[in-house]
Design a protein around this ligand. Structure first.
Ligand code: 1CP
Length: 343
């Protein structure tokens, strides 16, 4: 069991531990050679649902970098697979659905699946998490889920897209179908988070990676209530993350449901702190592009992030988005050392 004194949990609670906590979105997988070796011959979603593989991949970056949290190795579309939706993750591309959900009839068909199925079929995930949390000892495990909009962005399109036009078009043109779809996705993500918490996750992160494609008005009206529902009643701290959410950053607090808000690399943390106020922790926001810069440039950037983070009630260091696959893992280890040593 993670200790309540773990720096990550203290920071989520609004404290400033002696050591600033640091972890990296997408630390599990991709940039690690030991990950690529383990994954040979296993499809991504099969790896997610094989307990010993998922557990080992979750632990790899914690051992290697000494980060302050593990993030469970899985994917935002795993609960959809558990619900029986036909989805694969194509290498180099991302989630692809056999049948995009575009019309009112498509939405009716999908949402007739009982979201309780997710909880009932979450056995492999819970098994992996029970093992991981035992191995992690004092270090907290972060569980996660996709927010309804980011999941819908894939489902409606049928795969990855740039501006998520079809999901936004459904929202604008057929709000009844949109609310039905987003409401169902909220229940699916809620069940996925519940399974992870039940098995031992100490905190959760809701990824609304693509929320930045929305206007503040659309976010407030058509998204925030569903994201709030995905988190309702879970009694562990919540981190809420999106890319490009500067124009509605205060809404990302979800009226106080989020204990921490993730900030991407575009907005300095002191500016973000001025917007969200003193009731929320900030997470971020090293520019992933900086990981390619010479160390003195990167070091100065990390120190700047740390110093601007002092404007928030508490700060969890992370990247502004996920670790790019081509990242040299030693650079991540060096950042962890720097953050832990910095006063
Ligand atoms: O074969 C592979 O290695 C596939 C690459 C991969 C990996 C390692 C995918 C496909 N997903 C994952 C794991 C994953 N996905 C994690 C693991 C834990 C960790 O963070 O280390 C997490 C938290 C996710 C969440 C996820 N999946 C998000 C939100 C986070 C983010 O980066 O914004 C999103 C948008 C997805 C969809 C997805 N899955 C995979 C890819 C390549 C994508 C993005 C596709 C796109 O660009 O639209």
């Amino acid at each position: 069991m993670a200790s309540p004194d773990a720096p990550l949990l203290r920071a989520l609670n609004g404290d400033r531990p002696e050591r600033t906590p640091v972890w990296f979105m997408r630390q599990a997988g991709r940039s690690l050679p030991e990950y690529r070796e383990l994954r040979v011959g296993t499809r991504m979603l099969d790896a997610c649902l094989t307990p010993d593989l998922a557990a080992e991949i979750t632990l790899q970056p914690v051992r290697r970098h000494g980060v302050d949290a593990g993030i469970f190795f899985s994917d935002i579309v795993v609960p959809l697979r558990l619900a029986g939706v036909e989805v694969e993750i194509e290498p180099g591309r991302g989630p692809v659905f056999a049948s995009p959900v575009r019309t009112a009839a498509d939405v009716d068909r999908l949402t007739s699946i009982d979201p309780d199925v997710v909880a009932q079929s979450a056995g492999p995930i819970k098994e992996a998490i029970r093992y991981v949390t035992q191995e992690l000892g004092d270090v907290p495990l972060i569980g996660f889920a996709g927010a309804p909009f980011t999941l819908a962005a894939y489902l409606v399109e049928g795969g990855p897209s740039k501006e998520h036009m079809r999901a936004r078009a459904m929202m604008a043109g057929d709000p009844a179908s949109w609310n039905k779809l987003a409401g169902w996705l909220a229940q699916v993500s809620h069940a996925f988070l519940g399974a992870q918490i039940e098995a031992g996750a100490s905190a959760v992160q809701l990824f609304d990676s693509w929320a930045g494609s929305l206007s503040p008005a659309a976010y407030r009206k058509s998204i925030a209530p569903h994201s709030t529902a995905a988190l309702a009643g879970h009694d562990v701290p919540v981190i809420h993350f999106g890319v490009g959410t500067g124009p509605f950053l205060d809404d990302m607090r979800l009226g106080g449901v989020a204990d921490a808000v993730g900030v991407d690399w575009r907005m300095p943390l002191d500016e973000a702190a001025g917007i969200v106020g003193e009731d929320v922790t900030l997470q971020g926001n090293i520019d992933p592009a900086m990981l390619q810069a010479p160390w003195p440039t990167l070091e100065a950037h990390v120190r700047d992030v740390l110093s601007r983070g002092e404007a928030a009630r508490a700060h969890i260091v992370n990247l502004g988005h996920g670790v790019p696959p081509e990242t040299d893992p030693d650079v991540l280890t060096r950042i962890v050392e720097l953050v832990h040593e910095a006063q």
